[in-house]
Design a protein around this ligand. Sequence first.
Ligand code: LMR
Length: 390
Amino acid sequence: MLEALNPQPQDKILQLIALYRDDKRAGKIDLGVGVYKDPTGLTPVMRAVKAAEKRLWEVETTKTYTGLAGEPAYNAALVRMILGETDRAASVATPGGTGAIRQALELIRLANPQATVWLSAPTWPNHPSIVKFLGMKMAEYRYFDAKTCGVNFEGMKEDLGRVAPGDVVLLHGCCHNPTGANLNAAQWAETVKILQKQGAIPFVDLAYQGFGDGLEEDAAATRLIADSFPEVLIAAPCSKNFGIYRERTGILIALTSPDRKAVVQGNLNFLNRQNFSFPPDHGARLVTMILEDAALTADWKAELEEVRLNMLTLRQNLADELRRLTNSDRYDFVATHRGMFSRLGLSEAQVNRLRDEHAIYMVGDSRINIAGLNARTVPILAQAIVAVGG
Ligand code: LMR
């Protein structure tokens, strides 16, 4: 049987991790996978997470299964963090953000197998990969303007105007991955109007809440969408904003009408049961402890803010350095982008040269992880970009 298997295409981001690991050059720089690193290059366990873990070890009395949908307190705390108060949310705990996306897509397929899932061009490579794997219909809407490295809003609007009623449109709630280019408030409002007119179902991937303009600010678009549509799906991991990547902690929220909520919840539970039964709980428990304790919440928010501001400083420094070296403003977009990533607009050949000649690793589409930089490496990257003709 197994001899019938064909090799699967490599995931570009994961491939890069292996290439970087195998590079023996001293001073190599990793701007690949979206993992936060502090100025010393470490991905720290956040202080509040450590404190919660210590407390959990003391108070935890059982490792028996959690609820099929997760612990109600976790779901409630996270729904509140993302949406504020709402009584329209069915939700399930999932293994990370990918688990939430997968469950959302399976829910869509269950409800409407004919629905086309619209993805931004470009998007996180795992989005199209999972849609394709599930055999669902897929379409793209223009998003990135390669000339300005900002959003091609005219193109986006035109393409969203072709969405059919009942189609699902996947939107990055904040901090677009891989480009770093985001809609402003007026553009979000316009997008909502178009999607309402088309009769689309919005599906928000909110992987980076707290990494862009702030925890509340980054939820604004998602909240606007929640208030504007009868049905919305939201996939959110705690991997990034709580720094608990390997704990696989996420949530899928399905907003619906009160009379449909029980059936929707039942379907979410059913999908969890089919795919992995009970969701993981350790990370979820830590998040709950933090969000239910005022002192831990305050400390977590303060550290998250340090993380966000550190990335903003790195953005500004890189933009300044490139402005100085190129004597032009063509990289100013790096400072206006938000989140963990910026797509620099370099060619694949230039990206390869950066890797081969300068030991600088970024994804082939020239996406850099801003948090992979520090005060020492910002000028090194800027010089290397110029050296490869960027
Ligand atoms: C990324 O985009 O680098 C992260 O979301 C990590 C991943 O799983 O791809």
